[in-house]
Design a protein around this ligand. Sequence first.
Ligand SMILES: [Zn+2]
Length: 687
Amino acid sequence: MTAFTLNSLAQAGNPLLEKYNTPYETIPFDKIKIEHYMPALEVAMKEHNKEIEAIVNNPKPATFENTIEALDRSGALLSKVTTPFFNLLSAETNDEMQAIAQKMSPLLSEHGNAITLNEKLFERVKAVNEAKDKLKLTAEQKMLLEKTFDSFAENGANLSSKDKETYKELSKELSMLTLNFGQNGLKETNKWSLQITDKNLLAGLPQDVLDMLAINSKKAGKEGWVLDLKATTYTPVMKYADNRDLRRELYMAYTTRNMLGGEFDNVENIRKIANLRLQMANLLGHKSYADYSLVHRMAENKTNVYDLLNKLLEAYKPTAEKEYAAIQEYANKKGAYFKVQSWDWAYYSEKLKAEKFDLNDEMLKPYFELENVKAGVFGLATKLYGIKFVKNSNIPVYHKEVDAYDVIDEKGKFVAVLYTDFHPRDGKRSGAWMSEFKGQKMVGKKDSRPHITIVMNFTRPTETKPALLTFDEVTTFLHEFGHALHGMLTKCTYESLSGTSVYRDFVELPSQIMENWGPEKAFLDGFAKHYQTGEKIPAELIQKIKDAENFNVANFCLRQLSFGFLDMAWHTIETPYTGDVIKMEKEAMSKTQILPVVNDAAMSPNFNHIFAGGYAAGYYSYKWAEVLDADAYSVFVKNGIFDKKTAASFRTNILEKGGTEHPMTLYKRFRGQEPTIDALLIRNGIK
Ligand SMILES: [Zn+2]
């Protein structure tokens, strides 16, 4: 920790600015109050600026140590202040926190921009980069240098002053357009509603959905039931509503959002965003936005991305066609004398699935009591990696439901702190995630170990029942715990390369691989016991889980591929696109089409992942990660799913290494070869 002086009396007693007097210097949540954040932020940003100035004004020539390493070390106080804040903003927020975030975010982005646009600083970074071949750098140092240089260059630091201005304009315009794209989506979704007063029209919907629709209606001051386009309505209507016209009406409303004109139309925004991204990529010396964005991906270039998408398409399409034929046949048997359309697919699939597998959440939940699952998941890490989890009540937590654990290795050495936060609360956002309260790095010769947290929204215990998880929740637990292992077992020198700081199409390997243990009998037998009778989960039930997972798997795969192709189509353009948006989409998706094409519907105007989120030229990474996790897990299948040697290899080659080397290099060291799609095909029953 860098020394700093308190700039006014007002800072006295601000715990964020003091050394933490807690076990492992964990965050003293019990002492930090909301009013501490803003004053601490101000001090921390000033401190960071001083550190940057010291690097810039160093009279000695730029070296790896006095520039690149010094930059990696700078800002420690700033992350000490912002890390608890942004973690709690997701896990335990309130109006006051939200208001502070509104103030903090622009200050932080301005602060970050000032650093990446600091010309003197970039001169030094550039000087080190130009001398890189003469410097004797380790692989990790090379990676840090590359990452640092590119983070400046990708933000326009290497451009002429005229181009720099253009770059700034483009960034500004793009961030406004993407924000607007997402808001349009939300507003158009919220605008639509459908009131139904005849209950017969809603036949087939489960009672809890009907109740929710009745509440919607009451809220709107209306009679009957009010349907909207949120997932909580749309999904059950598509799956369960017997009335075909209703399904069609909802489907068409859903898939024509933001494209039929009006104030929230996104069609023009799509062209604008795609073309501005192209212009920005050109400015930075790339042919297309995909070329620009894939530089820092495991996939490396668009040829590799298309290669993956096409291979999967070829492998899954025949099965997808058979699946469609099976649904069509089933629909006919149920008296449907029409061709199964997009608005029929989920409905008949759901019915056939229920008949075939006779499996539902309620049948599995009694075997997945949270305490048992936790013992099973922690126990898996003990079996594979020899680490143990010891609850430590002396570590301060931010809510009474949060637990903190000392994670220790076989020799009793401290590895990490793990926090767990399992149940939903008003102040918690939905979903599940892993995050860091402190990253890992070497401080001189001392290994400063990480503090990791996993946050979920699992079914709560009731007065009469403990928390019983669905199988999906068990899978989510394994997934986030896999990210946590990546964070906890990391052994790097530099914080900006440690833990989960890896390329985006690699980051889901450690998490998704853990999901493979979920349906393994040898794993479940260790902990999945009925919470009342203690009876082990029956083998037939485990088999059903596996079979049900592959139901319509090829159609699901083709759907993901269609989004991947569409994303690539928009981001591989090499000249500005002025043509018809819907036509572009239909062409990009045509190869993946199994169900009859719906001419008036489209995905692009509401494709937030790529036009409002961070997945531009990156949607393929969902499938990329699946291929990786299946391929990596096949080594465990071959050597034994609890094989210590395989686990040790996965640990030292992947989990410990963070982003210190190119992911393909790391992967090949574990696997002995590049990944193939074969293991995924076998897992999905395609091969
Ligand atoms: Zn994940």
